[in-house]
Design a protein around this ligand. Structure first.
Ligand code: ZN
Length: 592
């Protein structure tokens, strides 16, 4: 079944559903309107009391929703304009102006958040009754009540963060983004960016793969003692604030509450991941055999097993493949995807100055999302379209929710995207008769599974250990040694891990910027594997449950959304199920 009567061409997107242009009167009046709405809301401060009339309260929430709607539109327009042309001065200026404006707005409406968190439970419960779709948003804010300081203290923390932890993170970025990497070609040394250097990880040449990693950690290792010291300070600051001042039980618990995932679930997830390290070790042994090596080196983890990069797909063909794969699952998914293309919200061209990579941006529940890809015709690019359109479908299925609750929370954010990729790959696999191409597709799927599940889980395990070690007074060298040991434990005797990998952790920005963020990747990927397995086992009966997870958006806690679909994330066997699927895929490859 093909929905598109006329093929969609590879073009830039249109932003006119937001504003006619950066200099338009419409955009200017949106700024003015927003400012007036915030000023009116600030006056409402006087109406806030524990005895506030529920209707007055709901009216204020509707005012806040209207403000948020406008903020999303303006912010989305500026961000999308900039992504389409990062060299455009008008876009740069508008983006900076919007960021400044948003920061001011956030400060001006902060009083509502603090007042709401400060209410007694009985008063808050009274107001939440009848709050409809915004209930979870209100409830979630209050989770932080036991960890909130007084208004003057909160302000001091904010001000000191600017010159404290935020400044250190900026310094980390400033130091590492200046790095250039030496690369010798035909006796001449060129300077490469990290992106250019990392491309060699996928090189068919064993020598180039090794040289790329050695050069990367030569540079990071040289600054290792300094970057490590930045990390130690950030970790101490995290503990001082979150554990000592805000009384979280441990450094990881903060992230769990932000994700609204119970502590025991994350502990179980990380535990099961450790136990399953041998599954990927089996995969790496198999890869070594196919590459003709006795043992894989850490340099070779992403080495290609065959040259299938030659196979190309025309853009309109790729769009049809995605529409067909989604439509086979459920016609609604194909129809929604078709809408995104038909509204002209897709920028698929490759242009100078355009942002690299891909994303899906849901500007508001009332608008089809915007999708950016840099389509170059490889099988990987077709997967990327499926991935981003999965995000778009997720947002559109949840569009009946409030602007505060339609966005899914972080642990569920990659559900529809990854599931969409799997639908596409399965379709490609069933249509592909060439064994070499099939094998390459399966290998890529396992490469991705390794990078999102095992690698990220071990980053989180290392972070947990590092936070403890630093609290006990560990040196940077102690941390580097602990990292190397943990990596060697992860890869076992299947992979040789050279000494320079002791510095890998100082090259991971997430660890510096957003402590414990990384486990959400493993959570998302394992969840999708388990869901996909249920789909395979149950067929049509599974579909309504899956669609109900997506249409819940961010309107409830992840654990409750999944529980309603019959999934218990507290159970060890649920997470083990994800690894069993990986083991099954490895078995499939061993058999080919
Ligand atoms: Zn994604």
């Amino acid at each position: 079944m093909t929905l598109s009567e006329t093929a969609f061409a590879q073009t830039a997107w249109s932003l006119t559903d937001l504003f006619p242009g950066p200099d338009s009167a419409e955009l200017q009046s949106a700024f003015t309107d927003l400012d007036a709405r915030v000023a009116a809301f600030e006056v409402a401060r006087e109406q806030l009391s524990p005895a506030i009339d529920p209707d007055v309260f709901f009216g204020l929430i509707r005012d806040l929703e209207a403000i948020e709607h406008l903020v999303y539109r303006i912010y989305g327009f500026a961000g999308l304009l900039f992504a389409a042309d990062t060299q455009n001065q008008v876009a740069q200026t508008l983006r900076a102006r919007v960021q400044q404006f948003m920061a001011e707005l956030a400060n001006r409406t902060l009083f509502f958040n603090l007042w709401w968190k400060g209410l007694e439970d009985a008063d808050a419960d009274r107001l939440m009754t009848g709050s409809g779709d915004t209930r979870y948003w209100l409830e979630e804010m209050r989770h932080f009540k036991p960890h909130t300081l007084t208004e003057p203290e909160e302000k001091i923390v904010n001000i000191k963060d600017v010159t404290g932890s935020s400044a250190l993170q900026t310094l980390y970025d400033a130091i590492t983004s200046r790095y250039s990497f030496n690369w010798e070609v035909d006796g001449q040394v060129r300077e490469l960016t990290r992106g250019e250097l990392n491309a060699f990880r996928y090189s068919p040449s064993a020598d180039l793969r090794a040289r790329a990693y050695q050069e990367e950690y030569r540079v990071y290792g040289h600054d290792g003692p300094i970057l490590g010291q930045v990390y130690q300070t950030l970790v101490r600051d995290w503990r001082n604030e979150q554990v000592d001042l805000r009384h979280f039980s441990n450094p990881l618990a903060v992230r769990n509450l932000l994700n609204d995932i119970p502590d025991d679930v994350v502990d179980t997830l990380l535990d099961v991941a450790q136990d399953n390290a041998p599954v990927f070790q089996r995969f790496f042994r198999l890869k070594a055999r196919l590459l003709g090596l006795d043992r894989l080196r850490r340099y070779d983890l992403y080495a290609p097993v065959a040259d299938s990069a030659a196979k190309r797909y025309a853009y309109d063909q790729a769009v049809d493949m995605v529409l067909d794969a989604f439509g086979d699952f459920d016609p609604r998914m194909a129809n929604l995807t078709h809408d995104v293309f038909a509204t002209g919200h897709v920028d698929s061209e490759v242009r100078k100055g355009k942002r690299g990579g891909a994303f899906c941006w849901s500007v508001g529940p009332d608008l089809a999302p915007w999708v950016l890809v840099n389509y170059q015709g490889q099988a990987r690019d077709v997967s990327t379209i499926a991935h981003e359109m999965g995000h778009a479908v997720h947002a559109m299925l949840a569009r009946h929710h409030s602007v505060f609750t339609f966005h899914s929370s972080l642990p569920l954010a990659e559900t529809a995207s990854t599931f969409g990729e799997m639908l596409l790959v399965d379709r490609l696999l069933s249509a592909e008769s060439d064994e070499a191409v099939r094998r390459e597709m399966l290998f890529q799927r396992l490469d991705d599974a390794y990078a999102t599940i095992m690698r990220q889980s071990f980053f989180a395990l290392f972070e947990r250990q590092a936070h403890d070690m630093i609290h006990q007074g560990a040196s940077v060298d102690d941390l580097a040694a602990a990292y190397l040991e943990s990596l060697r434990r992860q890869l076992g005797d299947a992979v040789e891990v050279p000494e320079e990998f002791r510095w890998e952790w100082v090259s991971i920005p997430h660890i510096f910027h957003t402590p414990f963020y990384v486990y959400a990747y493993a959570f998302g990927q394992l969840l999708v594997l388990a869901l996909y397995q249920q789909y395979k086992a149950e067929g049509a009966g599974f579909k309504p449950r899956y669609l109900s997870i997506l249409s819940a958006g961010g309107s409830d806690a992840p654990a409750r959304i999944l529980e309603a679909a019959g999934i218990d994330i507290h159970s060890r066997s649920f997470w083990q199920g994800g690894f069993d699927i990986v083991a099954g895929l490895v078995g499939q490859l061993e058999a080919i």
